[in-house]
Ligand binder design. Structure first.
Ligand code: UDP
Length: 247
């Protein structure tokens, strides 16, 4: 039903993925908010993968609108700021939902905090059912608790829905020996273990998010979401970005 096709099943390495997009990426070349061109590019990338029959869940950040850590600077307490950050992720999630639907995909938005007029609350079994029916599920409002990030949301929800991998789409094409924007000699890892990331103190995700993946043996791929067809190539099993695994 609803346009979900499994006919290209053999072409894909992963059947169920959790895609993490940062809020900042949605800004495109702007310094705030949502760029319509970038939104459309993401919808196209996601559709190409969805057309293969991949079950897709998405967590999107809110950094283009508000981050809880900014709150103190403007006299707002941290917890209040974190809830504002969660609402920011919901705004991005609604924009993405709209864009995906305009591109012919069926979607469901599930929120970590109750916003009944806008979307469903997160219910694990229901999320899985949506995925099985070919709907793209977007998790908005993080996990619904302050002091967490959308990276942690991505790890937790991926484990809950039994996704095979967390795909962290960033503007950098993987994990490097040092920050490639500061160190010209930095080189990219094609594969690395969770343990090595710890030992080398590399920055992949915040510790809560990272540890959740490690403890649950859930691979992470860090890749450049802004490069056309990267997501598709990755799903087809090509080496894109950096794969982080237990061994
Ligand atoms: N946030 C939170 N709990 C969550 C997820 C997010 O409190 O479970 C808040 C937190 O303040 C965070 C903000 O929402 O700074 C936006 O998310 P994040 O910074 O992870 O977005 P990204 O950096 O990916 O754009």
């Amino acid at each position: 039903m609803i346009g979900h096709q499994l006919k290209n099943y053999s072409k894909m390495k992963y059947k169920r993925i959790l895609l993490k997009l940062s809020g900042e990426a949605l800004m495109g070349d702007n310094s705030y908010g949502i760029d319509s061109k970038r939104l459309q590019e993401y919808a196209t990338e996601i559709k190409n993968v969805h057309d293969l029959g991949v079950e897709i869940a998405i967590v999107i950040g809110g950094g283009n609108i508000f981050r809880g850590v900014q709150a103190g600077k403007v006299g707002i307490d941290r917890v209040q700021g974190d809830y504002m950050g969660m609402l920011a992720t919901l705004i991005n999630a609604m924009a993405l939902q709209s864009s995906l639907e305009q591109n012919g995909m069926y979607t469901r938005l599930m929120s970590g905090i109750k916003v009944e007029s806008v979307c469903e609350p997160f219910i694990r079994r229901r999320a899985i059912r949506h995925l099985e029916k070919g709907r793209i599920v977007i998790f908005g409002a993080g996990i619904g608790n302050p002091y967490f990030t959308t990276d942690s949301t991505a790890s937790l929800r991926a484990i809950e829905i039994e996704a095979e991998v967390v795909l962290k789409g960033t503007r950098v094409d993987g994990v490097y020996t040092a920050d490639p924007e500061k160190d010209k000699n930095a080189t990219r890892y094609a594969n690395i273990t969770f343990q090595e990331v710890y030992e080398k103190n590399l920055n992949v995700m915040d510790m809560t998010a990272f540890t959740l993946c490690q403890e649950n043996n859930l691979p992470i791929i860090v890749f450049d979401m802004n490069k056309t067809d990267n997501l598709l190539h990755l799903i087809q099993g090509n080496e894109v970005g950096t794969l982080i695994t237990s061994n």
